[in-house]
Each structure stands twice: as structure tokens, then as C-alpha cells.
Design a protein around this ligand. Structure first.
Ligand SMILES: NC(=O)CCC(=O)C(=O)O
Length: 260
């Protein structure tokens, strides 16, 4: 089954959810016009890393951002995913959500590895569950930025049956080589599609690197973004996963008796 992917590589106005919702809405509409069926937004796309203001700008899962995503999914018959600042019982999370064409939330995943270099551990609580969901019956996994440095966490999702890894990020420009290498490695070692969205622009502490990317299970790049705002599209055929896993059967050849 082939799916057209749309990645919204956008700038994020620091701590201004209303402005970011407006920009994302217009980009999502353009991606839907281009035929995208699955649309990925960046990490914390409504707020950026304005962590100290999360008490006033984070939302519950019923907040205005979630209402907007549901409406857009229904209006354009698309699936949308991305991470937002979540407020729940006085705690704050960096939470990846997925809404399907009926407007139903199919998954939510709270980032499990908090990134100290950007002070996440000072303001956020970590999640403790996987981000699994299905796109038209195909199992997929959602993870957030720093998570891609933990191959064992990604492998856990793959052992549960995922055929694609969706990554949302605010990955700084000085480490964009790590971003590309880690994503290509995760694709090859798991024989999975990788669909990854990184923001561009700057906040008071960092400049972000773009280079959103779609990678096939052989490690080939299907599409890659620049360092500018853009809507990246690419077609992926999930049957490639089975074909490559037949050719080099790493999941059959694993030796979990020797390692975890
Ligand atoms: N937002 C993040 O998790 C950034 C992760 C990062 O920059 C890294 O190098 O890892």
C-alpha cells in the first residue's frame, strides 16, 4: 500500500500557540491540496521550548490545538501527527499525538528520554509507554527527537511490529549531522521507513537545522528538506519493508539469548 507523506518543516514562534496554530493550519491545508494523506508536524510545534511558561501555554488533550487537529483531519480526510505541550494533573509532558480522518485520537506518546541540554528534565515529566498506532492498518511508531539516540527504545517498537518510525524534532543545527546519521542508521538496522520532521528557525537558545527526511528501509533517502520553511512530500510503499526483511532476515537472525 502506497501512502503520500507530507512533512511540515516550519519555524515556530516562541511561546505563541495562537500564531503557530494559524501557520500550521495554512501549511496543513497546502499539504492536503498536494495530496498528502499522513502529515507530520515538528516537536512542540505550538509553543517551542518556552518551558518556563508551560503553566500558562500547555494544554490538556481537549485544548484548542487538539480541536483544530480534529477539524482539519475531518475536513481533509487526512491523518496528522506531531508533539505538543501537554498539561495533566499539574504535570507537563512533551506529547506526540495522532488524529485520524474521523477526528479520533489514535495515539498519544509522552517523550520518555528528557533532553538535559535543553532543560527538559527541569520542567517536564517523562512518559513510560510506547507510541504505537496504525495508519490504514499498517503499524507505526511515534518518537520524539532525543529518543532516536536510544536504539534499544526504537527496537522495542519494531519488535512490536512497527513498519515505520515517525520522528518529530527540534534538533539544533550544530548537530544536524548526528540527526541524519542516526535516522539513516535507525532505518537500516530496523529495516523500516523513517519519516522525520525537524523545525527551522531560532529560539533564544538555539538555531534549528531542518533537514526533515523520509528514508526507506534500505537506507535510501526518498526526500530531504533544506534549512528553509517547506512542505516536503514523498510516497512510501509499505510492502518494501517485507521485501527487505525477506532478503536479509535480521529479525529471524537475532540472538536475544545473548543480548536484550
Ligand atoms: N529536542 C531534543 O530532544 C533535541 C535532541 C538533540 O538535540 C540531540 O542532540 O540529541
Amino acid at each position: 500500500m502506497t501512502v503520500k507523506i507530507g512533512i511540515i518543516q516550519m519555524d515556530i514562534a516562541f511561546g505563541q500557540p495562537e500564531k503557530n496554530r494559524h501557520a500550521a493550519k495554512s501549511a496543513i491545508e497546502k499539504a492536503a491540496e498536494k495530496g498528502a494523506e499522513f502529515i507530520l508536524l515538528p516537536e512542540l510545534w505550538t509553543t517551542g521550548y518556552d518551558l518556563s511558561r508551560f503553566p500558562s501555554i500547555a494544554e490538556t488533550l481537549e485544548g484548542p490545538t487538539h480541536q483544530l487537529l480534529k477539524e482539519l483531519c475531518q475536513a481533509h480526510e487526512i491523518t496528522i501527527a506531531g508533539s505538543v505541550a501537554e498539561k495533566d494533573n499539574g504535570h507537563f509532558y512533551n506529547t506526540f499525538v495522532v488524529y485520524d480522518p474521523s477526528g479520533e485520537r489514535k495515539a498519544y506518546y509522552r517523550k520518555v528520554h528528557l533532553f538535559r541540554l535543553m532543560d527538559e528534565e527541569k520542567f517536564l515529566h517523562a512518559g513510560d509507554k510506547e507510541g504505537l498506532f496504525e495508519l490504514n492498518g499498517t503499524p507505526m511508531a511515534g518518537v520524539i527527537c532525543y529518543d532516536i539516540r536510544f536504539p534499544e527504545w526504537i527496537r522495542t517498537h519494531m519488535l512490536e511490529g512497527s513498519r515505520a518510525l515517525c520522528v518529530v524534532a527540534e534538533w539544533p543545527k550544530p548537530r544536524v549531522d548526528h540527526w541524519r546519521s542516526l535516522l539513516i542508521s535507525r532505518a537500516i538496522e530496523n529495516q523500516t521507513f523513517v519519516i522525520a520532521c525537524n523545525r527551522i528557525g531560532s529560539d533564544p537558545n538555539n538555531t534549528f537545522g531542518g533537514h526533515s527526511i523520509i528514508i526507506d528501509p534500505w537506507g535510501n533517502i526518498v526526500a530531504e528538506g533544506s534549512e528553509e520553511e517547506e512542505i516536503l512530500t514523498g510516497d512510501i510503499d509499505f510492502s518494501a519493508v517485507e521485501a527487505i526483511r525477506e532478503q536479509i532476515p535480521i529479525f529471524r537472525d537475532r540472538r536475544p539469548d545473548l543480548y536484550k
